[in-house]
Design a protein around this ligand. Structure first.
Ligand code: LMR
Length: 431
């Protein structure tokens, strides 16, 4: 005889719990594709042999392929020879990597006396992070814990992921004016007005160079005016520097904002700020996820506390950063000839971007549209000024993939597809 088995109350509770989970998972709404990486996903599915991917900000050579910098390849080969272990690095990365970043960016390899002073006085805390996004998230979490004003102003427009990073970390956000879509240029008067209208001590996000997505940077004089407002309103500057080297081809020439910030930090006028940096673009270490966060403090004792809190924050998040990319960076900076070769590699990457930018500009029809802004923009992108509808038309009719804000990652353009692209843009614009 079969006896009916009554579930024990413990089993019944477990069954009910899993039912509840299942039904609540069933109610999860579909998230939209990522505004940038979703473009690459759609591009992969397109079967048109003429398709062009101008979505993600990642370098392609003139044959349309991603590259490994020759200097990086050599550093990896060297690493393979000398590496004897794969131990965890420290929670904030190795001391060697931290010192390289400090020397490279703040000491400007011996040319920045103010940065050198900050380092000597123990006023810079640097932690290796999971590239630029990881660095933004670490500082966002840190500010949420320790900074009284949990609100950030970001330029309009800004990198599509900035707002998500800050909002997910509990920091609310708003825009300050940056770009005028009518003139395709900086909206400097309104930029100043919106910063002047900010509440005191708000966090303000500044792009160090090659503003993403517009490629339009402030002049030294304009930075002075902005930094005067930062001082007057005691704003907390958070600087994002993802494209160091892409404005001029020389990483040291692109950090004039950092040099000025160091001077102001030494003078006590802007005593504290933070810098997010990565080697994703300027060493081509994208997937190696190699970057850093640096926090400039007012005193050595503060640095010690800040560093301890960064460790406390990072440890339960991802424990410690990955080591392969940071070891490549360490190899390059340890070897003078590799280092010189890297600077040359970077310069030639930027040179190709500038050449292809000009080639595209020359092929664009200027009868009904002024394309001169392309020549003023710097870095990995052109901000075309095309409308969302025009971008969608380019995608649907010509298989040209770009983000819907009209940003084109210029490295997807090469000698073979520049005519096709210019022709497609000309057709869409002339309608
Ligand atoms: C971009 O802006 O396309 C890059 O920074 C890549 C990314 O992660 O969005």
């Amino acid at each position: 005889m079969l006896r009916s088995v009554r579930p024990s109350s413990k089993n019944a509770t477990m069954a009910m719990r899993s039912m509840r989970c299942l039904s609540s998972f069933n109610e999860i709404p579909l998230a939209p594709p990522d505004k940038i990486l979703g473009i690459s996903e759609a591009y992969v599915k397109d079967t048109n042999s003429k398709k062009i991917n101008l979505g993600v900000g990642a370098y392609r050579d003139n044959t349309g392929r991603p590259i490994i910098f020759p200097s990086v390849k050599k550093a990896e080969q060297k690493l393979l020879e000398v590496e004897t272990e794969k131990e965890y690095t420290g929670i904030t990365g190795s001391k060697n990597f931290q010192n390289i970043v400090k020397n490279f960016i703040f000491n400007n390899s011996g040319k920045d006396v103010n940065g050198a002073k900050l380092i000597e006085e123990g006023r810079i805390v640097t932690a290796q992070t999971i590239s630029g996004t990881g660095s933004l998230r670490v500082i966002a979490d840190f500010l949420n814990r320790f900074y009284p004003k949990k609100h950030i102003l970001v330029p309009k427009p800004t990198w599509a992921n900035h707002i998500a990073v800050f909002n997910d970390a509990g920091i609310s956000s708003d825009f300050y004016a940056y770009y005028d879509t009518k003139t395709n240029g900086l909206d400097f008067a309104n930029l100043k007005k919106s910063l002047e209208a900010a509440e005191n001590e708000t966090i303000v996000l500044l792009h160090a160079c090659c503003h993403n997505p517009t490629g339009m940077d402030l002049t030294a004089e304009q930075w002075e005016e902005v930094l005067a407002i930062v001082q007057a309103k005691k704003l907390f500057p958070l600087i994002d520097m993802a494209y160091q080297g892409f404005a001029s081809g020389d990483p040291y020439k692109d950090i004039s904002l950092i040099r000025r910030m160091n001077e102001l930090a030494v003078e006590g006028k802007i005593p504290t700020y933070a810098l997010c940096q990565s080697f994703a673009k300027n060493m081509g270490l994208y997937g190696e996820r190699t970057g850093s966060i640096s926090i400039i403090t007012e005193a050595k004792e503060t640095s010690t506390a800040v560093e301890s809190q960064l460790k406390k924050l990072i440890r339960p998040t991802y424990s410690s950063p990955p080591i392969h990319g940071s070891k490549i960076v360490e190899q390059i900076f340890a070897n003078e000839s590799l280092y010189q070769e890297w600077l040359t590699d970077l310069d030639s990457v930027v040179g190709r971007l500038n050449t292809i930018r000009t080639a595209l500009y020359e092929k664009l029809d200027k009868t009904n549209y002024n394309w001169d802004h392309l020549q003023k923009q710097r870095g990995m992108f052109i901000f075309t000024g095309l409308s969302k509808e025009q971008v969608i038309e380019l995608r649907e009719k010509y298989s040209v993939y770009a983000t819907e804000d009209g940003r084109f990652s210029i490295s997807g353009v090469n000698d073979k597809n520049v005519d096709y692209l210019a022709d497609a843009i000309n057709k869409v614009v002339s309608k």
